[in-house]
Write a protein that binds this ligand. Structure first.
Ligand code: NAD
Length: 355
């Protein structure tokens, strides 16, 4: 029996519904495999602004630091759109990533055969076997670079800056991830224009020498976007900077169908990670028990596999998700003809029962 401390951050909008769905499944997994998961629930985002006046209270950071991992729903919503930039819910997200030293964001985009119709790319040839892992640098680059605005408002600038070490550590995660997959890495940059990209390309090329089994190729970001749209199945692991990763991971997710299905993990130097669905807080459907909890449930499975080393347990959760989909149960976002529509709670219950 193993014991783990999990910090739960439900957040805003559909966050509380999908996180409680994931908890039902985690509890079922704990019972089946004889583990103990101890949860501490904390606030972040809009709900924290309402309660404490800040998006990321100290207590939340402390609880996360003391936990073995963090499971997050989503933060934000129209209610907080007009608060000053430094107090916006998204600032909490950037803050917690920084505080926990989570510099790598891994987003698998897998198109499940049961949901092939959900992909906007209708050609079976294009999407069959689609299984891409985008490894995005998360705490450097232009989002964290020096920001300037002229006093008279006539110009503004953001700095894209990367150190060799920042590129090396994210590159290592990409190569090591590829070793467990099809052993292909595409490093995406804009080395024809940007100096920081030329350094990126140089470091990736040097690093590749440590991984002789992995094939490294380089692609400019504009071409990568085009290739994702016309031939996505060519990719295995994509490694890229913060801003390019932000854009390309959304594109690769969209190709794989509903965003309600896709998980992500953010990792740093130690085993502790933060796991969350790729979607936002979906304020338009909050509180209606219609959100798809599967992205959060698969994020929880990723947590068991990557942070806790509970491989069999993670596989069992993913198999239970497949089973429920095979049986024809669908939430509204992935609904198609002849299937049975269920709500958030029911979907989580079905998955926990199939475990
Ligand atoms: P969103 O991902 O919340 O929603 C986009 C669309 O997808 C909506 O129609 C929504 O109903 C639908 N959707 C999202 N998740 C779903 C699910 N699990 N099941 C079924 N349908 C789902 O993106 P948005 O509308 O651009 O943003 C809403 C808020 O979320 C904003 O405040 C934004 O800043 C925030 N946001 C937060 C995160 C995060 O916490 N990591 C990420 C993205 C956006």
């Amino acid at each position: 029996m193993a014991e783990f401390k999990i910090a739960l951050i439900p957040g805003d909008g559909i966050g509380p519904e999908i996180v409680s769905g994931a908890k039902v499944v985690l509890d079922a997994a704990a019972k089946k495999f004889g583990h103990s998961f101890n949860y501490t629930q904390v606030d972040m985002g809009g709900c924290a602004i309402d309660k404490y006046g800040v998006p990321l209270p100290e207590e939340t950071i402390k609880t996360c630091m003391e936990s073995d991992s963090v499971l997050l729903g989503a933060v934000g919503g129209p209610k907080w759109d007009s608060v000053p930039a430094e107090k916006r819910p998204e600032t909490g997200l950037l803050g917690i990533r920084k505080a926990l030293g989570l510099y790598a964001n891994l987003r698998p985009s897998i198109l499940k055969p049961q949901l092939a119709a959900a992909s906007p790319l209708k050609s079976e040839k294009l999407v069959s076997g689609l299984d891409i892992m985008v490894v995005r640098e998360l705490t450097g680059g232009i989002y964290f670079g020096k920001k300037q605005r002229a006093e008279d408002g006539s110009w503004a600038s953001d700095e894209e800056k990367y150190s060799v070490e920042e590129i090396r550590r994210i590159g290592k995660i990409a190569f090591e991830t590829a070793m467990l997959r099809k052993k292909r890495v595409v490093s995406v940059d804009k080395a024809n224009v940007l100096e920081s990209s030329r350094l990126w390309r140089f470091v990736m090329t040097e690093l590749a020498k440590d991984y002789p089994e992995v094939t490294l190729s380089h692609m400019y970001v504009d071409n990568a976007a085009m290739q994702l749209a016309i031939n996505p199945a060519q990719f295995d692991v994509i490694v890229t900077s913060n801003i390019f990763g932000d854009i390309l991971s959304d594109l690769s997710s969209a190709i794989a169908g509903s965003i309600g299905m896709l998980p992500s993990s953010s990792l740093g130097e130690n085993k502790r990670g933060m796991y969350e669905p790729i979607h936002g807080s979906a304020p338009d459907i909050a509180g209606l028990d219609i959100a798809n909890p599967i992205a959060t449930i698969i994020s929880a499975a990723m947590m068991l596999r990557m942070s806790f080393g509970l491989i069999e347990e993670a596989d069992a959760i993913e198999a239970a998700v497949d089973k429920v989909l095979d049986e024809g149960y669908r939430t509204a976002d992935i609904m198609s003809e002849g299937m049975e529509k269920v709500g958030t709670k029911k979907m989580a219950e079905l998955i926990s029962e199939r475990l």
